[in-house]
Structure formats: structure tokens, C-alpha cells
Write a protein that binds this ligand. Structure first.
Ligand code: 13P
Ligand code: ZN
Length: 212
């Protein structure tokens, strides 16, 4: 079976396609990563190459040592993921120490998303817990939400309250509220650190003037 035909890859493609259909991913905006299960790694091992160089992870993530992630590439567009998964997405392997990664599949002419520091930091935080923890980190650029960050105070409680009042589903979907991070340089270690702090309390974090 082609790697693209695996159920997890199909679900990844579906999320990328859904996000694009909602208009949340102008050009290459947004990125997505998924932590493979042990069974999925096993099923894909024959598709993996081991020739790519190792790249340093500046803020090591020891708890993710030995993990594999399917993720979107930097500068790649969500709308293209479904047409050419191996060009627009790739799988990275994290070394045992959690301080380096290498590509093992896909991204034939590219590299992982520039937001990798935030993805890895948040995966490291959320990977523990029931049912082997959370596996998906999704970054989108929803225009209306971004517009609200130019209008509302950048305060977790106030912002959450306005969202709860705007849609009755919202308090059901995120009863714990959402965290707001003031504007940060995209792709930076500082963005990862600020997001990590908010993710200790929330499942959804908004980067002011940028996206979720
Ligand atoms: P990438 O194309 O590197 O994933 O960057 C898109 C983005 O949304 C940065 O915040
Ligand atoms: Zn972004």
C-alpha cells in the first residue's frame, strides 16, 4: 500500500482540504502535523528512506524521542496537499535524544513547516495523557478571528467571553476558554515558548494578528 493510502494520511489530507475549503489557508498560510502511532510507523517502515541529514532541534524535546510526524512543508499550500501529498507533506523522524530530526518520506523538494518549533513544543506538552495523548497540532489563518484580534482586548478571559457570546456552540467546544498570545515573530522559538505557556491551560491558542 502507498503511504498516501494509509488511513492516517487520508485523514490528514481530509483536514487540509477541509481547512482550505473554509478559506483558512490563503496561499501557504497555516500548517499541520500529526504524530504517528507505533502501528502506523510499522506499516510505513518500507516506505521510509534514511539518507537525509539530521537537523538540530534548538529546544530539545526528549519526550518525543523516536517519534515520527507527518507534517506540511514550508511554503506549501493546504489546497495542494490532496493533489500531491509527497510534494507538499513529509514525515520526519525525531532521534532518540529528541534534539534532531530528519526527513524519512515526502517533501521531495522542500523542508518542514517554519512553525516546527511550535509544533514540536506543543506536541511534547500534549503527547502524554489518556489514549496516548493528543496527536494533531493544527495552525490556521481564519480571517474573521484574526480581524477580532485587531478589535478586542488581547486578554484570555475577555476574548473567550466574546467568542462564547457569539456562538452558543463555543462554550461547549472550548469550555476551558482560549489563550491569546500577543504578536510574535512567526516561526520563532519565542512564538513556541509563548504558545507553550498558554497551551498548559488551553487546547486553542490565538496568535494576535496572525491565526490559531
Ligand atoms: P509555512 O509555510 O512555513 O508552514 O508557514 C506558514 C505560516 O502560516 C507561518 O505562520
Ligand atoms: Zn501562520
Amino acid at each position: 500500500m502507498n503511504l498516501e493510502e494509509q488511513a492516517f494520511a487520508q485523514e490528514f489530507i481530509r483536514l487540509a482540504t477541509d481547512g482550505d475549503a473554509r478559506g483558512w489557508h490563503e496561499r501557504n498560510g497555516g500548517n499541520l502535523s500529526y504524530r504517528l502511532t507505533a502501528a502506523e510507523i510499522e506499516a510505513c517502515t518500507d516506505c521510509f528512506y534514511n539518507t537525509a541529514p539530521w537537523n538540530a532541534i534548538r529546544t530539545a524535546v526528549p519526550v518525543l524521542g523516536g517519534s515520527f510526524f507527518l507534517l506540511t512543508g514550508s511554503g506549501k499550500c493546504m489546497r495542494n496537499v490532496r493533489f500531491a501529498p509527497a510534494e507538499n507533506t513529509g514525515i520526519i523522524e525525531i532521534n532518540a535524544a529528541g534534539n534532531a530530526y530528519r526527513l524519512v518520506w515526502g517533501l521531495t523538494d522542500g523542508k518542514p513547516t517554519s512553525e516546527l518549533p511550535t509544533h514540536l513544543a506543543v506536541h511534547a506538552l500534549k503527547c502524554t495523557g489518556g489514549k496516548e495523548g493528543n496527536r494533531v497540532i493544527y495552525h490556521a489563518h481564519p480571517a474573521h478571528l484574526i480581524a477580532l484580534t485587531f478589535i478586542l482586548p488581547l486578554d484570555d478571559a475577555l476574548f473567550t467571553r466574546e467568542l462564547w457570546e457569539m456562538d452558543i456552540e463555543n462554550p461547549i467546544v472550548f469550555p476551558e476558554g482560549i489563550g491569546i498570545v500577543p504578536w510574535v515573530i512567526p516561526g520563532s522559538e519565542a512564538a513556541a515558548a509563548a504558545t507553550l505557556e498558554k497551551m498548559r491551560s488551553y487546547r486553542v491558542v490565538v496568535w494576535a494578528h496572525h491565526g490559531t
